[in-house]
Write a protein that binds this ligand. Structure first.
Ligand SMILES: [Zn+2]
Length: 416
């Protein structure tokens, strides 16, 4: 018999959750520690209590519902996502994963399964990066470095003020780390946020890993000259070099690095007027790949591309690395459990990388981790029009349930 979630119960929760921070266009706005976010998290703990699960909040303000195992020394299988959103976000990103995790715990309890691990539905703090980005999962995985805390994405002052306002401390947040020996794995359900599953007509995405990303400042230097009096063949126009580079990035990536993406996300020319040939162009380049060696090769090829564009148009160029995040492959056994669960439900699957960051990225370094994707209509996300059909949502929840039971069965009970 294949275990299934209660679709109506899950729908009622999903709709109730979407009222917290609801925007008139059908989306939600629940940035980290906003009034709507805090209220949504309190509601989540209430739902956990109503279901007879144990509510829990750790020192990084991660909110959990726990279904304990009979043996108190059992490890914990984490299932989760995040209840925070971007500004003017959609109602599925993160929220669906938390609702599905909660529903999986209820389904397991209703079926009276005696699992050798505790199940924990967890809502990680600040996945979207109002403060730091994947703050809660990094803290739990023990990957919250002093450097990250010193220069957070949302600004140091905001971080300090918000932690204090919420009664949290930096020392406490770092103490939220859990011993990996107490964990049996992490599995997350998330919307794809891209068009691949919909295009392929697949029900379920099994994520092979989260791509690594590296970023660079690229600056082309030429000569600032009068746009009316300087002949076309006597110019060293930085914007022309930048344009050649942008097209070259696209061509090289599509031709030689088929599994990768590369983007010039920003171009600014100086001095920036109608009547002056630009003497300088500043660009921001980002590359992503699932494979570390391939990311190296892509970086080298695109840096060479910048030099080629500079040579062609008589410019000087500098390429300065800004940062690099290594790829996080998901665990093979977790992927296999998801595939088996989907097959048992008669659902079609597709393996694909995740180009977006997720909490699983933090957890993958310390415990076997995986992600189940459900299709995003039109590939749209981080927007109020973000949508996944309810059938796809329920399919995803059932795969999460089946995979969790398999992983729990497989986990050996070790004393902690
Ligand atoms: Zn998300």
């Amino acid at each position: 018999m294949v275990l299934r979630v209660d679709s109506d119960r899950m729908r009622a929760d999903f709709d109730a959750l979407a009222t917290f921070g609801a925007t008139p266009d059908g989306g939600v706005e629940r940035t980290t520690f906003s009034e709507a976010h805090v209220a949504a998290r309190a509601w989540f703990l209430d739902r956990a209590r109503d279901a007879g699960l144990e509510p829990h909040v750790d020192l990084a303000a991660n909110h959990s519902a726990v279904l304990p195992a009979r043996d108190p020394g059992s490890r914990t299988l984490l299932l989760g996502s995040h209840l925070d959103s971007v500004r003017r976000g959609g109602r599925y990103d993160g929220a669906l994963g938390v609702i599905c995790a909660l529903e999986v715990l209820r389904a397991v309890r209703d079926a009276d399964l005696d699992l050798p691990v505790a199940l924990e539905a967890i809502d990680f703090t600040d996945e979207e990066g109002t403060l730091i980005g994947t703050l809660g999962s990094c803290a739990l995985a023990g990957r919250l470095s002093p450097e990250l805390l010193a220069a957070p994405r949302g600004g140091r002052e905001v971080l300090v003020a918000e932690l204090e306002r919420m009664g949290l401390t930096e020392a406490g947040v770092r103490e939220a780390r859990r011993d990996p020996a107490t964990l049996a794995g992490y599995l997350e359900l998330h919307i794809e946020q891209g068009p691949v599953l919909e295009r392929a007509g697949a029900d379920i995405g099994i994520v092979t890993g989260i791509t690594g990303a590296s970023s660079f400042h690229v600056v082309f230097d030429g000569e600032t000259r009068h746009a009316g009096t300087t002949p076309m063949d006597a110019r060293r126009d930085a914007a022309v070099g930048a344009a050649a580079f942008v097209l070259g990035v696209r061509e090289t990536t599509m031709r030689t690095f088929r599994g990768c993406v590369a983007t010039v996300g920003d171009i600014a020319t100086e001095p920036g007027s109608f009547n002056v040939v630009p003497g300088r162009a500043r660009l921001r380049l980002e590359c992503r790949s699932l494979d570390s060696a391939e990311l190296d090769a892509l970086e080298r090829a695109l840096i060479e591309q910048a030099h080629e564009a500079a040579r062609e148009f008589g410019l000087a160029v500098t390429v300065e690395p800004v940062g690099r995040l290594e790829p996080s492959p998901t665990d093979m056994s977790v992927r296999a459990a998801c595939a088996t669960a989907a097959a048992a439900l008669g659902l079609t699957t597709l393996e694909l990388p995740s180009g977006a960051g997720h909490d699983a990225q933090s957890l993958a370094a310390v415990t076997p981790s995986g992600i189940v994707f459900v299709p995003s209509a039109g590939g749209i996300s981080h927007d109020p029009s973000e949508h996944t059909s309810w059938e796809h949502c329920v399919n995803g929840a059932n795969v999460l349930l089946g995979a969790a039971v398999q992983l729990a069965d497989r986990a050996r009970v070790v004393p902690v």
